[in-house]
Design a protein around this ligand. Sequence first.
Ligand SMILES: [Fe+2]
Length: 414
Amino acid sequence: MIDLTTYQPLGDKKNSAFFEEYLPKIYERREGAGLADIVGEMAAVVIQVEHGDAVNYLAELAVMGPYRLVDSRLIETHRVFMLRSQPAFPRLIVLEPLTATYEDETTRWNELYPLSRPKRNARYIGEVYRARSVEAVREALEPQNIRFVYEGDQENPFFCLPHLTFTFLSDFTYNRVGYVDVDLDDDLGAIGLDEELTLPPADVKRIESAAELQASHGIDGLVLGLDHMATRILAGEREDAILEYLTMVPYYFWGAYNIEEMNSSTNVTRHPNVDDDKKSPARVFTANNTPSFVNSFDGLPMPTEDFVRNFGRRMHHMAYAVTDGHVATEKNVDYVVRELRELGTEFLAHVVGECKDEPNLKQIFSKASPYSLLITEYVERCHGYEGFFTRHNVAALTAAAGEAERYEHGHVFD
Ligand SMILES: [Fe+2]
């Protein structure tokens, strides 16, 4: 348990006087509103894919990570798929519109950006947290100007159900936060998802074969749950995005590091009282240090700002923790990556970081999924390394991702 009144955030990224003033005020206001009693750990993450992509995405998830399909439901506008890794870790919910012409605010925001336009409904939507009651959440957060989706506002009924509520898309992250007050394993009917969906046998087979393929390559069991998810935001909105998130969930500002070589910073928020981060994964915010229009003064790199300009503010990657150890003489993450490459998964560059005698991290980014547009990161913490990144690794990963996220228009390359 962390005492937020005395905790000193880690890292060397300087925050403004505004941030220093409001961070403790937000913690204090949370205390007054009883947020930590009302909102608990992360229950699920929600990802929407384009119409027709769900089965391919579920198969991709089964090859690349620990998530397995456990339930499928039908609502007015979407197919809803519930996936599970380990019982104590968050569920993964995949939403797939029933028609190619489906449109809501997610579609409209995707259409604003050149590289997200081709997959107009593909977006990481947000996290769902366990709550004592959705009414209590609204009562606590509405006076703090957090906006929720109300009956009649929504095109997708999933975002406004009696036991599941979501905020508006954040203007700073384009993500939502959801709150659920029933057990997602118990009965999806209880949250209003009462129509069961039976997938055609060929689709079931395709997803199961993907899982079997993963097992036959010895990857299952090595890739554990979600370690962290990282949102990319504009340079000028870094502090607002973090403080807004800390208003809505009982996380704390763990620390922020300046990644000088990439002209960006990595900012980490975590749950203060879980014994394993995978039970309520860290939420990371990455932002350029300067806005794009001043970058040419110093000729600095700006892959993070370019990503946001090309795709819009959005979740950039989900990271899975790889259990620390060896397969024969190979570190687990090297083994997993080599086997996944054999199965056709493409990666950006190579595994970075070394695991020798000291605590350290080995990490790698996959190429972005064609279905979710998310990169998958694999991270192995060696010798009990506590942090989420090393400066050297992040610089290398950011550079590798930046190469793949360029948008070519005329003779200007982002
Ligand atoms: Fe990461």
